[in-house]
Design a protein around this ligand. Sequence first.
Ligand code: ATP
Ligand code: MG
Length: 475
Amino acid sequence: MKFGLRERLIVTYLILAILGVGGLSIRFALLEKARIIDATEHELEVKAFTIATAIGSPLEKFSENELAYTDFKQTLDRLAHTAEARLTVLTVPGDPIYDSALDFRQLENQRRQIEVQQALQGLEQHQIRRDPLSGEERLYAAAIVQQESSPQGVVQLSISTAPMHAQIQREWLALGGSALAIIFVIVIASWWLARYILRPIFQLQHAAHGMAKGDFSQHIPDKGTDELADLARAFNDMASQLNEMIVKQRLFVANASHELRTPLTNIKLRAETLLDGAYSDPTVSDKFLHDIESESERMEKLVKNLLTLSRLDIQTEPDTLVPIKPCSLLKTVVSAFSPQAAQKQISLSLTCNNLPPINANREQLHRVFDNLLSNALKYSPPGSQISLSATASPTEIIFTVSDTGFGIPAQDLPHIFDRFYRVDKARTRTADPGGTGLGLSIVQRIIRSHGGQINVTSQPGQGTTFVIRLPRHPR
Ligand SMILES: Nc1ncnc2c1ncn2[C@@H]1O[C@H](COP(=O)(O)OP(=O)(O)OP(=O)(O)O)[C@@H](O)[C@H]1O
Ligand SMILES: [Mg+2]
């Protein structure tokens, strides 16, 4: 048999039950034994006393020879018979003059026996000892016989202890039987209790095994306020998050394949057309070759971005952090983009004054502003303005990249950081070499790994503003 949690619980209950019920039973058995012995002794003493009272006058008469021994003996036989005990009558010095079981002449002087000694002093005392003649264990009691407050003799009563022991044994058996019954009931109850207590754990185990086999749609009952319900909730959370991650992952792979397939198909179609003879027409072949070049560039960019994303996904924190001065970083980016801006007749402005450094990975932070600025340029018509600025709060450096371009419709705004999300696929695809929809997700990934936040606000037709908050370099 597998020694699992349930078995361990039941064995624990069993040990506790045996200790508890067993301990109580033993205590009770000892008390019961003492009670039975006490009661028997008391009964015998009362009988001895009654007989002693009854034979006061016959004994006196017998001693004074006013009563024949046979009559005296008859009285005593009757008393002994009613008392259901062996009756011995002793003289004050302890010599037996009557015994209901034996010939009294066989008996020794009984004066030395403790119950006789005590009885002569008017006290009650019993003793359990072996009868020297039969060798049997007996309980003895005695009482003084008095007539007008002068001692006439002693009544000695004894019974075999065997019936008393038999009674004790019967009581003990009954007690043991009930103890076993109670333990049995406890075992049955603990079996059910263990099932009840462990059910959530078995459910969890089952669900976890299911998950290990790749079924992530696991949900276990998690109602309640105890620790197990808490565990179940944590498990369900984990399962649904994993499920969500896997769905996202599949979507990502599907999207990536689709995005890569389109340029590949374009390239293949054009190459086939050229091979079919179009290469002899210089205008067509020129255009097709350019198309092939731009599609290849697009694919190259896509693959580069995918690589960047997967590299960012692998690492949880950026490595090689260095203190970077925000203003000089922005200056570098602005001067890199000014030729493109000038060409598109877009003005670029920068507001930044001597700010404290931030701890960041230089290459990654560069990529952030690169992507934001190229977006601003790409999605703004000629004549627009792009402004960059940075300010410091006590704990953060706040960057804004703002343009007066096309803006983003409200329904698209929550999705623009999603991988492959583009507001207007047709529009951006035609831009040369076309967006991949990965730029902003890379930006967000970098900012988050730096412990920062990025937010966007936009008005279609008015422009877009990105705000980035990064923690200040701790001093
Ligand atoms: N400054 C902006 N103004 C208007 N729309 C923007 C702006 N920045 C981003 N968007 C919209 O958000 C979408 C997602 O931007 P993202 O940078 O992730 O992708 P992309 O620019 O299309 O591709 P990539 O950056 O890989 O070339 C864009 O397709 C564009 O529609
Ligand atoms: Mg972009």
